[in-house]
Design a protein around this ligand. Structure first.
Ligand code: AMP
Ligand code: MG
Length: 326
């Protein structure tokens, strides 16, 4: 079985983000992916270091494979006392599970693990194994009483929101910086106005050829998060299995989308919804977007069609696309 792992979902086009103020960049590996943080402003060196520390601290709490993490403890023993922040993230995640009709499901870890995602021990579960796992998941429960989390028949994986939440937290803690440019494994968060007043430009990867851009998004600030089947997958007997699981089937999501990019002021929401809309497929994702006003999206289908929600009509360019209207 061959293993393919590509990490970055989005390439950021940096265009002159430094005024005369100092700018510092830290490149590092955390949360199973490559990250890059650039801060400009008076204390940019200190701030870039702080940004890296924030990621590392949260990674320690949320890793599903590190025995010392709170999430690992919760999954291994069935209960754990969480930090205020982890409890809050889990609470928001469970809320988003409701709002997305279960397409985003932070309690899906047992099924994610069966396929080998996050552990790297890739395999295709048998139909019987999957049916049993789905049955167990249907009967599972999770409770959050204050900061005390308890799971029964399921396990928690915050991997679909951790990077987006973390980027938003860094942005809020380093609000004083002149500009902030975060790429946490393809989760982009941009803050501050560039010296020449021009908007930030973010290239969305072509899911069919990740060396190329599909198009460019311009934005003033906020998060741009892409979920793509190409980010992490394995192949067996000529079939490709991607890391985003449809909680209804227990199998890799297969509703015809190969890349979903969410643009939102809220990094956590952008990350959760990139995963959720990927699972939903074009029609359900479009209907979901019509019911909300807190995000915009670019969707790419397996037929190579590109769709953008109407709020991006003027800020997305570089390719032909169809507009999803309200
Ligand atoms: P993302 O790259 O943000 O789309 O997150 C995908 C990661 O979230 C996977 O690697 C799994 O760890 C986890 N995951 C997979 N499917 C789901 C799902 N339907 N809901 C929530 N998390 C998921
Ligand atoms: Mg996500």
């Amino acid at each position: 079985m061959r293993r393919f792992v590509t990490i970055l979902t989005v390439l950021l086009l940096l265009t002159g983000c430094a005024k005369q103020a100092e700018s510092h960049t830290k490149d590092f590996f955390a949360m199973n992916t490559v990250m890059s943080v650039t801060v400009s402003g008076e204390n940019s060196e200190e701030d870039s270091l702080r940004a890296m520390q924030i990621v590392q601290e949260l990674d320690k709490q949320w890793s599903v494979t590190n025995e010392n993490s709170a999430v690992y403890q919760l999954n291994a023993t069935g209960t754990a006392e969480l930090s205020d922040e982890t409890a809050e993230l889990l609470r928001r995640s469970l809320q988003l599970k409701e709002e997305t009709g279960g397409a985003f499901d932070p309690t899906i870890y047992q099924i994610v693990k069966m396929w080998g995602f996050t552990t790297g021990e890739y395999r295709v579960p048998t139909d019987v194994e999957l049916a049993d796992a789905l049955e167990m998941h249907r009967n599972s429960s999770i409770t959050l009483d204050g900061n005390r989390a308890t799971v029964s028949g399921c396990a928690v994986d915050l991997g679909a929101v951790a990077k987006g939440y973390t980027a938003a937290k860094i942005a809020s803690e380093l609000e004083h910086a002149d500009t902030l440019n975060l790429n946490l494994g393809g989760n982009i968060q941009l803050e501050g106005t560039k010296p020449d007043g021009s908007p930030w430009r973010v290239g969305i990867k072509n899911p069919e050829n990740t060396e190329e851009y599909l198009g460019i998004l311009e934005l003033e600030s906020g998060a741009v998060v892409t979920s793509g089947g190409y980010e992490r997958y394995f192949e067996q007997d000529g079939v490709r299995y991607c890391h985003i699981i449809d909680p209804k089937t227990g199998r890799p999501a297969d509703k015809g989308l190969i890349s979903v990019t969410i643009v939102s002021e809220d990094g956590f929401l952008a990350d959760a919804l990139s995963t959720a809309l990927y699972v939903m497929g074009l029609e359900e994702a479009s209907a979901f977007w019509r019911g909300r006003t807190d995000f915009e999206a670019v969707l790419v289908t397996d037929a190579g069609e590109i769709y953008a929600t109407e709020g991006l009509q003027d800020s997305f360019s570089g390719c032909e696309f169809q507009v999803i209207t309200r």
